[in-house]
Design a protein around this ligand. Structure first.
Ligand SMILES: NC(=O)c1ccc[n+]([C@@H]2O[C@H](COP(=O)([O-])OP(=O)(O)OC[C@H]3O[C@@H](n4cnc5c(N)ncnc54)[C@H](OP(=O)(O)O)[C@@H]3O)[C@@H](O)[C@H]2O)c1
Length: 249
């Protein structure tokens, strides 16, 4: 028997990294899974990697109208939504002087505003016992240079785990944060760095981690399975740090 048998699960940003691996693990545990992404091409590739057994939905996380359309699309296909994993994220890091209003707003839209309105649009689809998982980051707890806007967006998102749990507990809906530390995913490659600079950054990041290595998408996906499953039924309004000790040691 799978730990997610009979559950319907939506993962935003399921075409790569932590989201893609979580889709794989959710499927292996018996869930029916839908993933989102911006690019139809990457969605098709992910769909093939997952052996065609997922619903792939093109949707931009920062667009509020698109969140409503996504919720309407799911309501038309599924009887309920047991698990929502808000995973898509804009990971832009840059010095404070290099931000402007447009780039600030764009990151906040993807990481905080879009997720809030997606949850709002999905409210009627969540049954008793539903689990909402918000992908935060250990960056919300440390003072990493160049992470100002990103870390603030994740701190805001993690705050929703508490406030929305408080508001939705009468309906038996749990909201929790899942905060990765540095994790080996394609995200780093999207920062536009030269190969050597990327390798140097990786070495620097590894030094940040008390256990001396980056995490793997599988390690994050296993934690997502726990939070999605009924095994975590007493875990409400909190945050699970899966970060090799970065935020605690
Ligand atoms: N990797 C780390 O070290 C680390 C550490 C802490 C927290 N996190 C968090 O973990 C989450 C996943 O990161 P990852 O490392 O797995 O990244 P990744 O490999 O780059 O994957 C990001 C996923 O999000 C999707 N995405 C990005 N922007 C989107 C948008 N505007 N609308 C819809 N989908 C969008 C991407 O799809 P398309 O490109 O196809 O749109 C992709 O599926 C993020 O929230 C990130 O902040 C990562």
């Amino acid at each position: 028997m799978g730990r997610l048998d009979g559950k319907y699960a939506l993962i935003t940003g399921g075409t790569s990294g932590i989201g893609l691996e979580t889709a794989r693990q959710f499927l292996a545990e018996g869930a029916t899974v839908a993933i989102t992404g911006r690019s139809t091409e990457r969605l098709e590739t992910a769909g093939r990697e997952l052996k065609g057994s997922v619903l792939t939905l093109q949707s931009k996380s920062g667009d509020v109208v698109a969140q409503e359309a996504l919720a309407a699309r799911l309501s038309g296909s599924w009887p309920r939504l047991d698990v929502l994993f808000i995973n898509a994220g804009d990971v832009t890091h840059r010095p404070v002087a290099d931000w402007d209003e447009a780039t600030f707003d764009a990151l906040m839209a993807v990481n905080l505003k879009g997720p809030f309105f997606l949850i709002r649009a999905l409210l009627s689809l969540f049954p008793e016992g539903a689990s909402i998982i918000l992908c935060g980051s250990v960056s919300a707890h440390i003072g990493l240079p160049q992470s100002s806007v990103y870390a603030a967006s994740k701190a805001g998102l993690l705050s929703l785990a508490r406030t929305l749990s408080g508001e939705l507990k009468e309906r038996g809906i749990r909201v929790n944060g899942l905060s990765p530390g540095p994790t080996e995913t394609p995200a780093l490659g999207k920062l536009g760095l030269e190969r050597e600079a990327e390798a140097a950054l990786k070495a620097e990041i590894r030094q940040l981690v008390p256990i001396g290595r980056m995490g793997t998408p599988t390690e994050l996906a296993k934690a997502a399975v726990f939070l999605a499953s009924n095994e975590s039924s007493f875990v409400v309004g909190t945050e699970l740090l899966v970060d090799g000790g970065v935020g605690s040691l």
